[in-house]
Design a protein around this ligand. Structure first.
Ligand SMILES: *Cc1c(COP(=O)(O)O)cnc(C)c1O
Length: 386
């Protein structure tokens, strides 16, 4: 029907119950389904393979990303693992960003060491390095933009063209922006992967993942393997995820507006040594972001001027920003990269990636922006006084 994102998020899959006319799709918890007679199965036989609650949210996810089908999985990691299982055999090559999500890095690193497939990590903003990697005949290329935690941005359309010339498939991890702000399939990607745990659900109360594809044969293959290895999402999580998606557009736009106000404040704050936010004109990915994103998103990171004591004073004075990992929920979160999300990476590798010990990452929520700024202001004062 060609509706816009906000309409799809609210309307898709509603009013489908014929028995009672439920506006909200019912939740189907049954693990199994009776056969109408000998050798006469219904549309569903067992909930690992197919579940009506999961069907609905998969349809909505596919529409939001502009794909033909989606697979909802038990986590973002199981979605990424499923993609590798389907497309990579021993000896096949995966090209991944050098600064990809830590869990993805660990998955590729550990499984390649066991011979499941080969992986090269490359800085995809480095044209020469990217082309060198693509010359090695990869099967799959993972793109992640904006990246975590420095919000590095790469050109999806440009990279997808190179990937296709190399005869590979391009996957974009769209977790950091959600389909409201970026539509990778429209930019040439073959597949989109999400941690639905983040913006799509938006309420920090479930773990789930999704893959969206634009080729029906690939959707069918992914669905077969998802059932085969048993990584499909649960009925209750499907229900919760759909409920979260209903407010996706409203949430993301509010979060993005708040992030812009906070970035503006942080830019004028003398205790901020460095600010990473794609909305800044001097951010290296600003122009690409303008071209391929519908907004600058609600994630930012900054370096606090000072030592560990300064950091401790700052973090313990915050009342509205919770010190926690994850992102994309309605509540504002702050995390210390070196000891939290990137603690598994060596200090040397962190330094090489530009991640200092004073880097803080913020996922901006939907609270009142003036309250958030007052909270930050108070924490900066606490950090400065001993
Ligand atoms: C969180 C995250 C994942 C992993 O998803 P889980 O739902 O935690 O398994 C993958 N990619 C990105 C970019 C993420 O932020």
């Amino acid at each position: 029907m060609g509706c816009k994102q906000a309409t799809i998020a609210v309307n898709s899959g509603s009013n489908i119950d014929e028995q009672y006319g439920c506006v909200v799709p019912p939740i189907y918890l049954s693990s199994t389904y009776n056969f109408t007679a000998f050798n006469e199965p219904r549309s569903h036989d067992y909930s690992r393979r197919g579940n009506p609650s999961r069907d609905v949210v998969q349809q909505v996810l596919a529409e939001l990303e502009g794909g033909v089908g989606a697979i909802m999985t038990s986590s973002g990691m199981s979605a990424i693992h499923l993609l590798c299982t389907v497309f990579l055999k021993p000896g096949d090559l995966l090209v991944a960003p050098h600064d990809c999500y830590g869990g993805s890095y660990r998955l590729f690193d550990s499984l390649s060491k066991r011979g499941a497939y080969n992986v090269i990590f490359v800085d995809q903003a480095d044209d020469h390095a990217l082309k060198q990697a693509l010359a090695q005949n990869p099967k799959l290329v993972l793109i992640e933009t904006p990246s975590n935690p420095l919000l590095r941005i790469v050109d999806i359309q440009y990279i997808c063209n190179l990937v296709h010339e190399a005869g590979a498939l391009a996957i974009v991890d769209n977790t950091f922006l959600s389909p409201v702000l970026q539509k990778p399939l429209d930019l040439g990607a073959d597949l989109v992967v999400h941690s639905c745990t983040k913006y799509l659900n938006g309420h920090s109360d479930l773990i789930a993942g999704a893959i969206i594809a634009k080729d029906p044969a690939i959707v069918e293959d992914l669905a077969w393997w998802a059932n085969n290895i048993g990584v499909t999402g649960a009925a209750f999580d499907s229900y919760l995820l759909l409920r979260g998606i209903r407010t996706l557009s409203a949430r993301v736009l509010l979060q993005q507006n708040n992030a812009a106000v906070i970035a503006d404040y942080l830019q004028q704050q003398p205790q901020v040594k460095k600010l990473y936010y794609p909305g800044l004109k001097n951010h290296p990915g600003h122009d690409i972001a303008l071209k391929q994103q519908k907004g600058f998103g609600a994630m930012l990171s900054f370096e606090l001027d000072g030592n560990e004591q300064t950091l401790r004073r700052f973090l313990s004075a915050l009342k509205l920003f919770t010190l926690a990992e994850s992102l994309g929920g309605v509540e504002s979160l702050i995390s210390h990269t070196a000891t939290m999300t990137h603690a598994g990476i060596s200090a040397e590798a962190r330094t090489q990636a530009g991640i200092t010990d004073s880097l803080l990452r913020v996922s901006v929520g939907i609270e009142d922006s003036q309250d958030l700024i007052a909270d930050l202001d108070n924490a900066f004062q606490a950090a400065a006084t001993r």
